[in-house]
Ligand binder design. Structure first.
Ligand SMILES: Nc1ncnc2c1ncn2[C@@H]1O[C@H](COP(=O)(O)OP(=O)(O)OP(=O)(O)O)[C@@H](O)[C@H]1O
Length: 210
């Protein structure tokens, strides 16, 4: 179980969360809903450790003071993946795997690149990639990590239909093995295809909808 209690966060004087609570069981796929500006990306960035917030964290029956303490169990695919334009796809993969401390996964990476139809683009500079190609490259690097929690900001929205199906299969496989997915979307079909549970952000709090 992954539980966040009494979450409070502000950007300077703009209060985004005030004593908000959230909890998710193993194997759940949580869709975060809320109006533009409600705080979905902010919540994902807090859970990814990119933003510091005041909160109580419980994970697998242990208490933690900071997300940093469980950071190697969390993977985050932002809506605009951070890649180096003047490195090739392959060089970006090598760079990310090095940061994530992932070894001996090159065969799995190549297999995923083939599935996502990226295998012929790996020697091209990322500056020539489309947004969907960048998303897929980053997602592949996260999928080979040994993580328990997968955070996805607007997943699938830039992916072509075949790639969406592959990604969906991978997401379901991940949660079938007990992984947790927390994602945001405004697209109803994506919400319906992925979500097992929904949370809505309203007035600085998180409410479970089902
Ligand atoms: N770096 C920042 N500095 C100051 N305010 C910010 C920053 N990033 C986001 N905000 C503000 O925080 C609020 C929540 O933004 P956030 O991007 O989390 O919303 P969201 O629910 O993901 O929105 P959307 O559906 O439009 O993607 C917004 O009012 C936004 O203007």
């Amino acid at each position: 179980m992954f539980e966040i209690n009494n979450l409070s966060f502000s950007y300077e004087d703009k209060n985004i969360f005030e004593k908000a609570n959230f909890s998710v069981e193993k194997g759940e796929r949580i869709c975060l809903l809320g109006e533009n500006g409600a705080g979905k990306t902010t919540f994902l960035r807090i859970l990814s450790g990119s933003l510091n917030a005041e909160m109580e964290i419980r994970f697998n029956n242990n208490r933690y003071n900071s997300i940093r303490e469980i950071i190697d169990k969390i993977g985050y695919v932002p809506d605009k993946p951070h890649l180096y334009d003047f490195l090739t796809g392959k060089e970006n993969i090598e760079f990310l795997l090095n940061i994530f401390n992932v070894n001996n996964k090159w065969e799995e990476i190549q297999e995923l690149c083939r599935k996502f139809n990226l295998h012929n683009d790996l020697d091209d500079l990322v500056k020539n990639y489309s947004l969907g190609m960048k998303h897929k490259l980053y997602l592949i690097c996260i999928l080979v990590r040994d993580i328990d929690i997968l955070l996805l900001d607007e997943p699938l929205s830039s992916l072509d239909i075949d790639s969406q199906k592959i990604a969906l299969e991978k997401f379901k496989l991940f949660t079938d093995k007990g992984g947790i997915i927390i994602f945001s979307t405004h697209i109803e079909s994506i919400e319906q295809n992925i979500a097992s549970t929904k949370y809505k952000i309203v007035n600085k709090k998180l409410y479970k909808l089902n």
